[in-house]
Design a protein around this ligand. Structure first.
Ligand code: ZN
Length: 173
């Protein structure tokens, strides 16, 4: 039995106790951009905020792509979130390869190079990655100036968050 089949069986039980009120229009308060890594999945635990407050945007890395920027803008402008938390982490799988390496490996192992080069958004340093994200998000003309934008690294060994700031002219911007 696949996990999807197991999940379908579990869902019929879930639906028996489901509160229809949960299906009303969501009103999250904070956009969280984080990695697809399962260690980042317990955001209510990590952040002490209920699921209903969190608008979670997940990609590998996380990579703040044009698509992710669009989702952040929807989160602010359509859903009404007023803070943006960019959540990176230690031990990210995306630091263990380069895009070139993975393109070569997949082309060789599948015998088909036609999808290459794919953008996997690999990176080396979570701190630098966080700074780059802040630099992309903060100045965006459709992200209002009064929206908070802050970047953090979650330490997968300790469970602690550490803030990353963008230094400009020797001071935190
Ligand atoms: Zn990751």
């Amino acid at each position: 039995m696949s996990l999807i089949d197991k999940a379908l069986a579990a869902n019929s039980n879930y639906a028996k106790n489901y509160y229809p009120a949960l299906g009303k229009r969501p009103a999250p308060k904070i956009a969280v951009v984080t990695c697809m890594d399962p260690r980042l999945s317990d955001l209510p635990g990590i952040l002490g905020l209920p699921n209903s407050d969190l608008d979670v945007i997940r990609t590998g890395g996380p990579a703040v792509t044009e698509d992710v920027l669009a989702e952040i803008i929807i989160s602010n402008r359509v859903l009404g979130t007023t803070e943006i938390l960019l959540l990176n982490h230690t031990g990210c799988g995306f630091t263990t390869f380069t895009d070139d390496e993975l393109n070569s490996k997949l082309s060789a192992s599948t015998g088909d190079a036609s999808p290459a080069p794919m953008r996997f958004f690999s990176y080396k340093d979570p701190e630098e990655n966080t700074r780059e994200q802040i630099k992309k998000v903060r100045p965006h003309p459709w992200i209002a100036k009064d929206i908070l934008v802050r970047g953090f690294i979650f330490d997968v060994d300790t469970g602690r968050l550490r803030e990353v700031e963008v230094l400009e002219h020797g001071r935190a911007a």
